[in-house]
Design a protein around this ligand. Sequence first.
Ligand SMILES: [Zn+2]
Ligand SMILES: [Zn+2]
Length: 309
Amino acid sequence: MQKLLSPEEIATQAGSEGNTNRLPAPRLFAERAARLRTLADGHAMVDFLRFAACLANAQQTWLDKHGTTARPDSAHLERCRQHGMPPLDAQGAELPADWQDSLKTLAADVAAHAPAGLQNAIAELADFPAERLDALARAILRCEEDLSNPLELALAPLIGAALQVQWTARAQALQVGDIPAGFEDSLCPACGSHPVASIVRIGDAGHGVRYAACSLCACEWHVTRIKCVPCHNTRDIAYQGLENAQGDPHPAVKAETCPECHSSLKIVSMEKDPLVEAFADDLATLALDMLVDETGFHRAGRNLFLFTP
Ligand SMILES: [Zn+2]
Ligand SMILES: [Zn+2]
């Protein structure tokens, strides 16, 4: 029987491999779309998951056609490395010049398959003031959503999807060494955004090593297991799943709960199911968020396809 490793041993093993960050895979969105389609079959939220798959497919198409972007200049990268700052800062930096083009391309691609509310919003997109779209994008990047009207609320996942392709393309232009490593921060070391969930990987990423997956740029950074990602607490960490009398419908996904900060971040495990994908498996297990919420923990993961008034 294989000996279980302590969190410290796992961290040491990950550290000894040199770098503890992972750049987004070239076919990230296509893989996500495939996973979403698989998860949709027989799921209570089949329509929502199929639409999410359609949007992820459109994201891959955009990335393949327009996703070539320049690596930031070396002075900027050096400054970020020295100060442990994210080189693709999503909070303060300018919006990419063509982000609204990517929004409109994605909108055109998915319009025919979109739910009614989003279809109406897409129809109005051409007349939507550009400055207001920029303001909405900045608010989403800074987690300051103030999307009270139904049209803006309907557009939010599409804006999120457009920002994702922009930042993922920029992350793919980086080299692994450009991203500050080893901080185990609660925010993405490449762009400063919140994680969507954490993933325990197998294979070349280190067997049983956990990473937090960025909700925006899809980079992954190493985080020790059995440790709260938002507040770094290691005491009384517990796990909650979707078990019921019939068993666990989604055994590869658990919510890691922390009694210190009362937050909960999902952990999806390739050890239990090698096909898991953090973003897709998060969307397919919203029932787990509700269960965890009922026991007094708030959701720490952020998913840009999810907006609630
Ligand atoms: Zn990021
Ligand atoms: Zn905590």
